[in-house]
Design a protein around this ligand. Structure first.
Ligand SMILES: [Zn+2]
Length: 209
């Protein structure tokens, strides 16, 4: 599965901060997290047919013409649920990137969600080494592609810059290209300003409820 920069998977909204997407295959992880817009209550993985459409748009499954008499099942209901769980587990870890706090629960949730992927280390004729999905099951390969993207980003040092915005009704995944890598909000003008306003009101009203 090749999901590089040339693939621009569908998302449930536009980047509120007008930020450039994450580099390389990390863009796939970002797009997966952003298949849900909390603010607009929109979920591209909400049903099996819509989740299939998204996986196809992301280049994660190839649509083969069905054989006569045998319907092609690209995704079962249980697999859709597992995909949603993987997405939310990713969002949890991306939130720790924005908050700068340790979250052992989010970490083990993501470890568990990535467990179905079996990865192999492959050498190609030119002597390069790549990670590859070692499974033939289509859904295990989907999880494998996400696991490879995460592992590559971890090695490249870009993983910690993919963050989930802690803004009220936001949690949009954005890629932090700031020099110090300390961005917290998807957009300073939107979520940053709203958070400041909430903090201000709480100070006016006394202790938070
Ligand atoms: Zn936000």
């Amino acid at each position: 599965v090749d999901a590089g920069n040339d693939v621009a998977p569908e998302t449930a909204g536009r980047d509120p901060g007008g930020r450039a997407p994450a580099p390389g295959s990390l863009r796939l992880v970002q797009a997966l997290v952003n298949t849900r817009s909390v603010e607009q209550d929109l979920d591209l993985l909400g049903t099996v047919p819509s989740a299939r459409r998204w996986l196809t748009s992301a280049g994660l499954v190839t649509v083969t013409p069905p054989q006569p008499g045998s319907p092609v099942v690209l995704l079962t209901g249980a697999e859709r649920a597992a995909l949603v769980e993987l997405r939310e587990a990713l969002r949890g870890v991306l939130a720790t990137h924005a908050g700068g706090h340790a979250d052992p629960e989010a970490a083990s949730r993501l470890t568990l969600a990535l467990a179905p992927s079996r990865l192999a280390v492959r050498a190609d004729p030119a002597g390069r080494i790549t990670l590859a999905s070692a499974d033939h099951d289509p859904f295990a390969r989907v999880v494998g592609a996400v696991a490879i993207a995460v592992a590559e980003a971890g090695a490249a040092g870009t993983w910690a810059r993919l963050k989930s915005c802690p803004g009220h009704l936001c949690s949009w995944a954005f890629y932090d290209r700031s020099a110090a890598g300390r961005s917290v909000w998807c957009s300073m003008q939107l979520c940053g300003a709203r958070a400041k306003m909430r903090a201000y009101r709480q100070r006016q009203d006394g202790p938070a409820d």
